[in-house]
Design a protein around this ligand. Structure first.
Ligand code: MG
Length: 252
């Protein structure tokens, strides 16, 4: 069941979303060669708690940390550890914050130092595919119109769209209905309505869309070892006009 949020609830989603947006912006300055993903996790957790929020990922279904840090061929759900980022890596950081009972969820992919033009292009196309998708996040459309727009854009560059992991509704819980694939035929699925809060999160691979889970039961990697990028925001459908992006400030 898709839970429609009232204006009062959307205001709370907005507050939670800004904690996430600002945390990403703050964290970006620390993403440099030599930093460990565990250090990034600590910095993010401290920041979120200082805002009076709770890092939603921590202990979520047993996840041990506050951010997911996924490097290069890791797609999502990478566990922070003592791995040091190296010049030329790309890293996806996914994080959530719960404030006054409502959740914001967003992901960004960063280059570490100087990265290859190919890696930068994957990051840019992944980000842009989100914006192509949310063009359709308005009343009168159906959910898969978003999915199809993401897929069409990403595949036009020869990239593939991960099938096994999808976006989701969001509110009091991080994962609510509906699941939101980043692929599929248009004009299917639920009709979009004002007050629907959605986490749209393209996961785009350089090579095959096939993925596998490492023996730690969390980290998802590309089967062919090629790069993967992730970009996500929590949005709210406002009506027939533009959706509002709740986890973005400025131009991240
Ligand atoms: Mg999400």
């Amino acid at each position: 069941m898709i839970i429609i949020k009232s204006d009062k609830e959307i205001e709370k989603m907005r507050q939670a979303g800004l904690v996430v947006a600002d945390c990403h912006e703050m964290l970006a300055d620390y993403i440099k060669p030599g930093v460990t993903t565990l250090e990034l996790d600590r910095i993010a957790e401290d920041y979120i708690r200082k805002q009076g929020a709770y890092p939603t990922f921590l202990n979520y279904q047993g996840f041990p940390n506050s951010i997911c840090s996924s490097i290069n061929g890791q797609v999502v759900h990478g566990i922070p550890d003592n791995t040091r980022l190296e010049e030329g890596d790309i890293i996806s950081v996914d994080l959530g914050a719960t404030l006054n009972g409502y959740v914001g969820d967003a992901a960004r992919t960063h280059g570490v130092g100087v990265i290859s033009p190919e890696a930068q292009k994957l990051i840019d196309v992944t980000r842009e595919s989100f914006f192509k998708g949310i063009e359709f996040a308005r009343e009168g459309n159906r959910l898969s119109d978003i999915s199809n727009a993401v897929q069409t854009y990403a595949e036009s560059f020869g990239y593939s769209v991960v099938r096994d992991y999808v976006g989701h509704g969001i509110g009091r819980n991080m994962h609510e209905d509906p699941p939101i694939p980043n692929y599929g035929r248009p004009h299917h699925g639920p009709r979009l309505r004002r007050g629907m809060c959605l986490a749209i999160e393209p996961m785009i691979n350089e090579g095959t869309y096939d993925v596998e889970v490492l023996p730690n039961d969390w980290t998802v990697v590309t089967q062919d070892g090629k790069l993967s990028a992730h970009y996500e925001n929590t949005i709210v459908v406002t009506g027939k006009g533009d959706p509002e992006i709740l986890t973005l400030r400025g131009n991240q």
